[in-house]
Design a protein around this ligand. Structure first.
Ligand code: ZN
Length: 391
């Protein structure tokens, strides 16, 4: 079978076409695989997701290409489309144009990366959720700001984008980006002064149509960087979403958007101060509880609210100074169970925690001097178990 005629090569802005069905067969998942003599559906290729749309009233879920032949996966029955039928196709234009904007945006970034930093494009991924571009070199924050700024300058200049095939002899001495060695005619996408690249996908006809390019994230990846980028309407929608978030934050914090960072830092500082105050007060209450235990009491066990671990440990250290029996602080409540720290001066504290483990399925560990753990049991049950050890 000869290759499918790629109508999108010369007519990237056409949305509707007619074609003749060359072959149909059922797919494993109940869909139908349709091969046409020509198509506007760009197949998944070169890291870019495929076009979707409608063929003869049925949904086209995906298009793929193998040895030049494009196969459309269509949600219909085998009896709905027959070999020899003339069919009409419509591509989902919003999806396609968004891909054209993002794809052409990637060419601009890749061309500039090469010119500005001698960094090559090592990978490109354009799905409906995310657009990434991998570079061969690491780039710092300043470089990324310069890159993004230059890319948007290219948009303002509204430079024409030329896509056409070149015969091998025409290509002699011509410099262009290409990841693979091709022997036949090559389709070059040229953005004068910015980028020349071998590429098979549809692009916008002028850079101005991209509207905006944003680099959202940059992480180190395989010796270079993985840039998450957005262009066109998707960038606009993303920025609108971010503005909604900052507007909401501004409303919640009663602060203008340019002072949000100061407002959040102030909140964090205040929060830290409150936590410290709460911790100190809990420590003071625990100290009081420790002093309230009669000095001649053999054991010293305190049940208290949830407290900071250090506060709890300090209280146990206090108890150990004055009492010879079980010295323990159980923090929290019956409903959620207790975090405990316990000691048994002159004896192995793990014997007591062993009892709690055995009788009440407590968890925890530590040294002979001090054990820390938690137990899902009531205060009454815990005391009962501890009393058994005292008997
Ligand atoms: Zn391209």
């Amino acid at each position: 079978m000869t290759g499918t005629v790629k109508l999108y090569d010369d007519a990237p802005y056409e949305k509707e076409f007619t074609a003749v069905v060359l072959d149909v067969k059922e797919d494993e998942d109940g869909c139908v695989l349709v091969i046409l003599d020509r198509t506007l559906f760009f197949p998944e290729e070169g890291g870019q997701s495929s076009d979707t749309g409608i063929l003869s009233g049925f949904e086209v879920l995906h298009a793929s290409i193998k040895e030049g032949v494009i196969t459309h996966r269509v949600r219909c029955a085998l009896s709905d489309i027959g070999t020899g039928d003339e069919v009409t196709g419509h591509i989902d234009w919003e999806h396609r144009f968004s891909n054209m904007q993002n794809h052409t945006g990637e060419h601009i970034l890749s061309g500039l990366l090469h010119d500005m930093f001698h960094s090559e494009n090592k990978g490109f991924h354009l799905s409906d959720n995310i657009v990434t571009l991998d570079t061969s070199k690491e780039l710092d924050g300043n470089m990324l700001v310069m890159l993004e700024s230059r890319a948007n300058e290219v948009i303002y200049k509204d430079i024409p984008v030329e896509c056409r095939y070149y015969a091998p002899e025409e290509l002699k001495g011509k410099e262009y980006r290409s990841k693979i060695e091709l022997k036949e005619d090559i389709r070059l996408v040229t953005i004068p002064g910015v980028d020349v690249c071998a590429c098979c996908a549809p692009h916008v006809s002028r850079t101005g149509e991209i509207g905006i390019i944003k680099i959202l994230r940059a992480i180190r990846y395989k010796g270079g960087m993985r840039l998450t980028i957005l262009a066109g309407r998707r960038a606009y929608e993303h920025l609108s979403h971010l503005q909604d978030i900052t507007d909401e934050l501004s409303h919640v914090l009663s602060e203008s958007t340019d002072k949000l960072k100061d407002a959040v830092e102030r909140l964090l500082r205040e929060n830290g101060e409150y936590r410290l105050r709460i911790k100190n007060e809990a420590g003071r209450r625990l100290e009081e509880a420790a002093y309230a235990i009669p000095a001649d009491s053999h054991d010293a066990v305190i049940f208290t609210e949830a407290v900071d671990n250090t506060v709890q440990r300090n209280a146990v250290n206090m108890l150990v100074r004055d009492h010879k029996g079980i010295c323990a602080v159980f923090a929290s409540d019956d409903a959620g169970g207790y975090n405990f720290i316990l000691s048994h001066p002159g004896q192995d504290a793990r014997i007591i925690s062993g009892l709690l483990k055995e009788k009440l399925s407590a968890r925890g560990g530590g040294s002979g001097e001090m054990v820390q753990g938690n137990v899902k049991a009531s205060r009454e049950d815990i005391l009962r178990v501890l009393n058994i050890t005292l008997a």
